[in-house]
Write a protein that binds this ligand. Structure first.
Ligand code: ADP
Length: 483
C-alpha cells in the first residue's frame, strides 16, 4: 500500500473550472478503491468548504509572514471515501467564484502569493512537520499552481517521491522576476535549470525541473510538448526529461456519465436501445430554441478560448448554415468569442443556438441530444468531452491532436468495415478541413446503419479510471525506488 498526497487547485465536485477538476475528483477515488491511502489537498475555497463538510480542524500552522494561523480542515470528497484536506487561510482563499479570477475576469493579482503559500503548506505536510500522524510516500502534483511543491521538496533530506502532471502546458504561472524575491523563495532555486525562465518566475518549471517523474494526460500530447510547436519554449527541458515523461490517458466517471442512468437527461438509452436517444434530440432542439428537424444536430461544450478552436467554428458558420446541419453550443470564456458566437446565432437563428454559461446539467443534455459532437481543438492534452461523446453514442468530430488523436478513430471506409471507427478526424487546424469533415459526417449520417455502427463502436470503448489508476500506481512504484 502506498500513501499518496494528491495536490491540486481544483477537484470536482468541490470546485471546477475544467478537466483538472474531473481528474482530481476521480483519480484519488480510483487509487483508494485499489487499496491505497490517499489524501486530497486543495485550498479551502468557500464552495469547497461547503461541499466537503462536515469539517474538522486537524492541524494549525504558522508560516513566516502569514497574517494569521493556517488551518488544515479535514472533510470528505463527496461520493467517495477519500479524505480531503483543505488549506484554510481566509486572506488568500475565502473568495467566491472562480478560484483563479476576480469578478472582473482577470487573474487575482496575488495569485503567486496565494499558490506559493499553498505549496509551502503542502511541503510542510509532506515532510511530516505539522503534527499529523501521516507522511506520504508519494506527492502527486498537477499544473502550475502546485509547481513549487517539487521544487521545495527537492531541498529537503529524506523527502517523499514526487510526480508532476501536466494537464495543460499553456498555463504556466509566469510572473516577473521580482515576484520570486518578494515571495522569499530559496535563492538556490533561481537559475535557468530551476524556476527562472527568461528572467521570469515560472511556477510550472518547479514541477518540470524538479519532480522525479513527469506525466501528461495522453501519449500523443507527451510527444507533442517535446516539439517547438506545442512546447511554449519548454520543449528543450521536456526533451531533456523525456525518459521520465509518460503519457497516461484520463478516464471518465462511468457512473456520472452513463446514458442509461443519467439523471440529467429525459430519455435513457444504451447501445441496444439506441433509438431512445432520438427523443433527447427533440428535447435539446426545444431547449436551444432550434426547430425540430432531421438535420444533423452538432453539439459542442467547452471553454470559449483559442485552444478549443472556436475561431474555426466561427470561420465556417455561414457555410455551415447552408447545410442540413444544426449546432447547439454551450460554453463560456473570452468575451470576444462569446459576442461573435451570439452574433452568428442571431444571423442563423434556425440553425445555430448558443447558451453562454457553465451548466453541468446542460452539458449532459448536449451529449445525449446531439447527433455528433464538435471538438476542433487546436491542441488538446487529453480532452474529456470526446470521451463523454463516445459513451453517449454521439460520434465526435475532432482535430486529431493530443488526446483526441489517441481516443477517436476516424471513420474511413476501412475502419467502418473493420468496425473500429468511432468518429471523424481532421489533421490540419483550418476552417476548410473542419467543414470537409463535417461534410463527411453528414454523408455518413444519411446512411443510418453505418452511422449507428460507428456510434455503437464508440459506446463500447471503455475509458475508466481504474485502468488509468493502475498505470499511475506502476509509475509511483518505479518512482519510490529511485536512488
Ligand atoms: P479543459 O480542461 O481544457 O477545459 P476538457 O475537455 O478536458 O477541457 O474538460 C472540460 C470539462 O469541463 C468537461 O467535463 C466539460 O464538460 C466541462 N465544461 C467545460 N465548459 C463547460 C460549460 N460551459 N458547461 C458545463 N461544463 C463545461
Amino acid at each position: 500500500m502506498s500513501k499518496i498526497l494528491f495536490v491540486t487547485s481544483e477537484a470536482h465536485p468541490l470546485i471546477k473550472t475544467g478537466g483538472l477538476a474531473d481528474v482530481s475528483g476521480s483519480l484519488p477515488a480510483a487509487l483508494k478503491s485499489l487499496n491505497h491511502a490517499v489524501r486530497l489537498i486543495l485550498p479551502a475555497y468557500p464552495q469547497a468548504k461547503e461541499k466537503a463538510g462536515p469539517l474538522k480542524c486537524i492541524a494549525t500552522i504558522r508560516l513566516p509572514g502569514s497574517q494569521e494561523e493556517i488551518k488544515i480542515l479535514e472533510g470528505r470528497l463527496p461520493g467517495s471515501r477519500v479524505f480531503v484536506w483543505l488549506v484554510d487561510y481566509p486572506p488568500a482563499f475565502a473568495r467566491e467564484g472562480n478560484p483563479y479570477l476576480g469578478p472582473d475576469g482577470h487573474d487575482w493579482p496575488d495569485n503567486p502569493e496565494r499558490f506559493a503559500l499553498f505549496c509551502r503548506i503542502v511541503n510542510e505536510i509532506a515532510m511530516g512537520r505539522v503534527g499529523l500522524n501521516w507522511r506520504p510516500d508519494i506527492v502527486h502534483c498537477s499544473d502550475w499552481q502546485t509547481g513549487l511543491v517539487p521544487a521545495l521538496l527537492s531541498l529537503e533530506a529524506e523527502r517523499p517521491a514526487t510526480v508532476f502532471t501536466i494537464h495543460n502546458l499553456a498555463y504556466q504561472g509566469m510572473f516577473p522576476a521580482e515576484v520570486f524575491f518578494r515571495l522569499g523563495l530559496p535563492p538556490q532555486l533561481w537559475h535557468f535549470e530551476g524556476l527562472e525562465f527568461h528572467n521570469h518566475l515560472s511556477f510550472i518549471k518547479g514541477g518540470l525541473a524538479y519532480a522525479d517523474k513527469l506525466t501528461t494526460v495522453s501519449p500523443t500530447y507527451a510527444r507533442e510538448i517535446q516539439s517547438a510547436e506545442f512546447g511554449y519554449g519548454l520543449d528543450g527541458l521536456l526533451r531533456h526529461r523525456a525518459a521520465d515523461l509518460h503519457g497516461i490517458l484520463n478516464g471518465i466517471d462511468l457512473d456520472e456519465w452513463n446514458p442509461a442512468t443519467d439523471p440529467h437527461i429525459e430519455w435513457h438509452y444504451n447501445a441496444k436501445r439506441f433509438s431512445a436517444k432520438q427523443h433527447n434530440k427533440g428535447v435539446l432542439q426545444a431547449e436551444f430554441g432550434l426547430p425540430e428537424s432531421g438535420d444533423l444536430l452538432l453539439g459542442s461544450v467547452g471553454r470559449l478560448v483559442e485552444q478549443k478552436g472556436v475561431d474555426l467554428i466561427l470561420d465556417i458558420i455561414d457555410q455551415l448554415a447552408e447545410l442540413p446541419v444544426q449546432l447547439a453550443l454551450l460554453g463560456s470564456g473570452e468575451a470576444h468569442f462569446e459576442a461573435a458566437l451570439q452574433d452568428a446565432a442571431a444571423r442563423h437563428a434556425d440553425k445555430f443556438s448558443v447558451k453562454l454559461g457553465y451548466s453541468e446539467r446542460l452539458a449532459h443534455r448536449v451529449e445525449a441530444g446531439a447527433d455528433a459532437f464538435l471538438m476542433p481543438s487546436r491542441f488538446e492534452p487529453c480532452g474529456l468531452n470526446q470521451l463523454y461523446s463516445l459513451r453517449y453514442g454521439t460520434p465526435p468530430i475532432v482535430h486529431a491532436v493530443g488526446g483526441l488523436a489517441d481516443t477517436v478513430v476516424d471513420a474511413t471506409a476501412e475502419a467502418i468495415k473493420q468496425k473500429t471507427a468511432t468518429g471523424f478526424c481532421f489533421y490540419y487546424a483550418s476552417g476548410d478541413a473542419l467543414l470537409r469533415t463535417i461534410g463527411h459526417a453528414l454523408a455518413l449520417y444519411a446512411q443510418t446503419p453505418k452511422w449507428r455502427s460507428v456510434a455503437r463502436t464508440g459506446m463500447a470503448q471503455v475509458f475508466d479510471w481504474r485502468s488509468s489508476a493502475r498505470k499511475y500506481l506502476a509509475l509511483y512504484k518505479e518512482t519510490v525506488k529511485r536512488p
